[in-house]
Design a binder for this molecule. Structure first.
Ligand code: TRP
Length: 351
């Protein structure tokens, strides 16, 4: 607890790298849970940052759960009118990327009432000050332009229920989610000490894939309109890239600090061609931003051609997605029920 946030990051990174080796050696020992909030369409940052890692873990034989955190959306938003759309769109992205519903349990948070039941005992295990100093809660509070709601303050605890209900021991996350994993580990440890050893203390798995910024050089975000969505056609991709800002210097160089927009194009092209950003910059050189944009559009469109085809095919059958959700929820419910039973027994609450 006396560690600084950066220290915690270094420690988590080292732990994460070690676990990755152990997962490869013995995938069956691991249960993985990841989640997304359905607040918009997913973009290529999600694809390279998290979805492809999930597919890899799934294919290694790790037991995997994929949570659609629909209830968590109201932590900082009042509007849920588009939520069903986003849930469908996100699941299409997962499937097109190679998530296999026979191997990965895809489920919606709001359909698992046991998560809320676990929330109550978990609430008792964390102090007010532990929650208030959580950097992610603080950051989300600042971004929300609202007061601190009870739900925002306690959302790391709700998230611990998401993770622990299936006894997940690995949670692939971005750096910003690490403080939540810390709270989750604390909750698991305190529960085990106070009642009975039921829960693992999960590790956060950090992605090794290079971070890509949005086309304007800022964080790629659903709200900045600076991202290439996975649901885009090649025309939409060409358009957003063509419209993106460049700068007045003709010669293309890779310089993220001084030329963030050009660097964003270059790193997108690098990820989708497998080439180095600096090499691409050199090759394009005096041909300028127009040529770079064409090159990047082509690279993205080639890379995602198969993905798009698959996404389109799956999208033709809406009942297929509903069935996946129904099946996933059923399975998640069964597991959650078992865990809740164990918790109640350990707490002497079985009648
Ligand atoms: N908070 C996560 C996000 O904003 C989503 C999420 C909800 C999650 N529950 C989780 C992530 C449990 C990992 C584990 O992306």
């Amino acid at each position: 607890m006396s560690q600084t946030y950066e220290n915690t990051y270094e420690t988590s990174l080292a732990a994460s790298d070690k676990i990755k080796i152990r997962i490869k050696q013995n995938p069956k020992k691991y249960t993985c849970l990841t989640g997304d909030r359905p607040t918009g369409h997913l973009h290529i940052g999600h694809y390279f940052g998290s979805i492809s890692q999930r597919v890899k873990l799934q294919n290694l034989g790790v037991k995997t759960y994929l949570l659609i955190a629909d209830l968590q959306v109201i932590t900082d938003r009042n509007n849920t009118s588009n939520i069903q759309n986003y849930v469908y769109s996100n699941i299409l992205d997962y499937l097109a990327a190679g998530i296999d519903p026979n191997k990965t349990t895809i489920f919606t948070q709001s359909a698992i009432p046991e998560l809320n039941e676990l929330f109550i005992p978990f609430l008792s295990l964390v102090s007010d000050s532990e929650l208030r100093r959580n950097p992610t809660v603080k950051a989300e509070l600042d971004a929300s332009n609202k007061g601190l709601s009870g739900l925002l303050l306690t959302y790391p605890i709700h998230q611990a229920a998401d993770i622990l209900f299936c006894k997940a021991n690995i949670v692939p996350v971005g750096k910003d989610q690490l403080p939540h994993i810390e709270i989750c580990r604390t909750i698991a440890r305190r529960f085990n000490e106070r009642y009975k050893t039921i829960f693992p203390q999960p590790y956060g798995l950090l992605s090794n894939s290079p971070y890509i910024t949005g086309l304007d050089g800022r964080k790629m975000s659903k709200s900045f309109n600076n991202s290439i969505q996975l649901s885009f056609t090649s025309e939409q991709t060409n358009e957003i890239i063509k419209k993106s800002k460049s700068d007045s210097e003709k010669n293309i160089t890779y310089d993220p600090e001084n030329r963030p927009e050009i660097a964003a194009l270059l790193s997108t092209a690098a990820l989708t061609t497998g080439q180095n950003a600096k090499t691409i910059a050199k090759d394009i050189g005096m041909s300028g931003a127009g040529a770079l944009k064409k090159f990047t559009s082509q690279a993205v469109n080639d890379y995602f051609a198969e993905f798009r085809q698959k996404r389109f095919e799956i999208s033709q059958d809406k009942s297929y997605i509903s069935d996946i959700i129904t099946q996933g929820n059923k399975k998640a419910n069964e597991i959650a029920n078992q865990t809740l039973n164990e918790v109640k027994s350990a707490m002497n609450l079985k009648y």
